[in-house]
Design a protein around this ligand. Structure first.
Ligand code: GLC
Length: 634
């Protein structure tokens, strides 16, 4: 492991115990500069090298052939043309004759050209010349990962119940609706452990409140749910509503805990409630204050949270909006020719998450005034850390579930993440699968995607197929956006099939949880690309749509509409385990090689490695009832 320092990097706290700085000239990468960038790193790759990493991002498990940018972005309409998603995870692993790990630790933007301009060239460019670079070489990919993970510290450990099934919707509008959703699951025998509360449980979208009209019985709701073994998991948003008389806002304002504009005034942005201020999560005192806000819900018995809009997502800033309002009238007159029309349109579409806005407010970070864009990628990390540190202070004996939308490496010690606003698209099901190992490498083990898809209209078969993948991911949550088809599994004709798949999840929890704990304890992964486990198998190294889950089983999900089976590659002899719903109905040993395996809707196939075993629990309605000692072994 080597650590190089370039310029004057801003501390991120991704790494807590740093190795000494290497003063030798860097040999792993060529250091340079270009017209556009004051600092670049490059290397020639072999034709056969695979480049793993970059955590939450678009495209393949092998990242070659595209450009990626570290810039935490709120983008519910992302597709494979994008370069950034909600998080920045600047770790790469070049796997070929050598095994080289690279970590670029900087809170600002980083551009990764992974064989995009030139297939054999890796070029990393920094708009600012400040970064700490860690390099790791070892005899295997997994050893590089172990070293990297050791460097960044142990991953967050979620409670066991967080491996149950969760139901979410933007939004369940009243406590009665929440009760009804839970009761329907219970009545129909569909297992459930978590019911998520989206923004409408809040009073006018104000953090750390509850809506007195629609959730007037919040305390009773929490305790009634607890009796049913249901954990309510409320959302917390980064922006704090500006409203006189709202205690939390007034306190933040009085104490100077919000991000400031260049004149030292609170910077005003728009999120759900309209005008908001952004807590300065990077300021130690403000961070402790924001974390203390969670006490309101902890005191009510809440033990799970999801942190949102923490890229931070900005609908608008008051400053920029004033400019827009000033100019917009001028477009009402005269002809809107191509130029004028697009000027008008761009003005409108660039109101949200505007880059100029990110350059218009400041943090007080470690006693220094720092412009937001220089530390942009840390905001979600520090918001989530504020909560985690508060839990340790306020409820040291409570196991708390928490995951965030935005993140940076380092945050993996405090919480999990979900994969952001996806769509009910088959391509996003596949993306969910591909992201799992990339995230694991970067320390994010408790993770999963919105099952069924968040935006757009899901279909019954997509829901079934996505659940069939989701039963393996630590976070297993069905979530959908306002205005889309209702997505609770009991809304579909095929509810019995879906129920069977969810029951299978519960049968798998002991296996999954031990794989998860092992990945934490041993700084390894829960989801492996085949190439990492069978490094000498040239075919396995190229497989992009199958994964090993834990040490014992391989999965090969269906991700295409109307498919009734698929080709599966077995790097070694394996036993096909076919589950019809929760029941194991077939065990067929198959030789190594390619096989076409039928997978009708409702069948879940797993492939058990030769000489390995899989433990299965009995079907239960919630993790609290799970019998961890009486397991069946296959
Ligand atoms: C964001 C979140 C999504 C949530 C919505 C409303 O888009 O990513 O999960 O449902 O906000 O709170």
């Amino acid at each position: 492991m080597r650590r190089y320092v370039f310029g004057h990097p801003i501390e991120t706290e991704a790494v807590l115990e740093k190795p000494p700085v290497t003063t030798d000239v860097m040999t792993e990468l060529q250091v340079g500069a270009s017209e556009e960038f004051p600092l670049t790193f490059s290397m020639e790759m072999d034709e056969d090298d695979i480049v793993y990493g970059l955590g939450e991002n678009v495209r393949g498990i092998n990242k070659r052939g595209w450009l990626y940018t570290s810039h935490n972005s709120d983008d519910p309409n992302h597709d494979e043309g994008k370069h950034s998603l909600y998080a920045s995870h600047n770790f790469l692993l070049i796997s070929g004759k050598k095994h080289l790990g690279l970590f670029f630790d900087t809170p600002g933007e980083v551009l990764f050209d992974v064989g995009y301009q030139h297939y054999n060239q890796l070029v990393i460019s920094l708009p600012e010349g400040d970064v700490e670079v860690y390099t790791m070489e070892a005899d295997s990919d997994l050893e590089v990962i172990r070293q990297f993970r050791h460097l960044i510290g142990k991953s967050y450990r979620a409670p066991k119940w967080a491996f149950g099934y969760g139901q979410c919707r933007w939004s369940y509008m009243t406590s009665d609706e929440v009760r009804e959703v839970v009761q329907t699951h219970r009545k129909m025998g569909i297992p459930l452990d978590m019911l998520y509360l989206d923004i409408d449980y809040l009073d006018a979208y104000k953090d750390f409140t509850t809506n007195p009209k629609t959730f007037g019985d919040f305390d009773a709701l929490v305790s009634d749910m607890q009796k049913e073994h249901i954990h309510l998991v409320p959302i917390i948003d980064a922006g704090v509503k500006m409203e006189d008389g709202y205690d939390f806002y007034e306190e933040g304002k009085r104490k100077g805990y919000f991000c400031k504009d260049e004149n030292g005034e609170d910077f005003v942005v728009g999120v759900w409630p309209g005008d908001c201020c952004l807590p300065d999560m990077l300021n130690d005192e403000a961070r402790a204050w924001f974390g203390d806000g969670y006490k309101f819900l902890l005191d009510k018995g809440i033990d799970g949270f999801w942190n949102d809009m923490n890229e931070p997502a900005l609908f608008y800033s008051r400053k920029h909006l004033a400019e827009v309002f000033e100019q917009v009238g001028s477009f009402a007159e005269g002809n809107l020719d191509i130029q004028r029309f697009f000027e008008f349109k761009d003005m409108m579409t660039q109101i949200s998450n505007n880059e100029e806005d990110y350059k218009s407010f400041y943090h007080n970070y470690k006693g220094q005034k720092i412009r937001h864009d220089k530390v942009h990628n840390l905001y979600g990390y520090y918001m989530t850390r504020s909560a985690s540190e508060a839990f340790a202070r306020l409820v040291p004996n409570r196991e708390v579930l928490m995951f965030s939308r935005s993140s940076y490496i380092g945050m993996h010690r405090y919480a999990g993440i979900w994969q952001g606003d996806n769509k009910s698209w088959w391509s996003h099901l596949l993306m969910n699968l591909k992201m799992m190992p990339s995230l694991n490498m970067c320390g994010f083990l408790y993770t999963g995607a919105d099952l069924g898809g968040f935006g757009d209209q899901t279909t019954e078969d997509l829901m079934i197929r996505w659940l069939s993948l989701g039963i393996f991911t630590p976070l297993m949550r069905n979530h959908s956006a306002m205005g889309t088809r209702m997505q609770e599994v009991y809304r579909f004709d095929a509810v019995e099939k879906m129920k069977g798949i969810i029951q299978l999840r519960y049968r798998l929890i002991p296996y999954l949880y031990q794989a998860y704990e092992k990945a934490i304890n041993e700084d390894t992964m829960m989801f492996y690309p085949l190439g990492m486990v069978y490094p000498t198998d040239a075919i396995a190294r190229r497989v992009e749509d199958q994964l090993l889950v834990g040490d014992d089983v391989m999965i090969a999900p269906i991700y295409e509409q109307n498919a009734v089976g698929r080709v599966v590659y077995l790097p070694e002899e394996m036993t096909l385990l076919r589950f019809r719903g929760a029941e194991l109905v077939e065990q067929t040993p198959l030789p190594a090689g390619h096989h076409y395996v039928e997978m009708p809707l409702g069948d879940v196939c797993m492939f058990l490695r030769d000489g390995h075993q899989l433990q299965l629990a009995r079907i239960v309605d919630s993790v609290a009832d799970l019998d961890w000692d009486n397991l069946t072994f296959v």
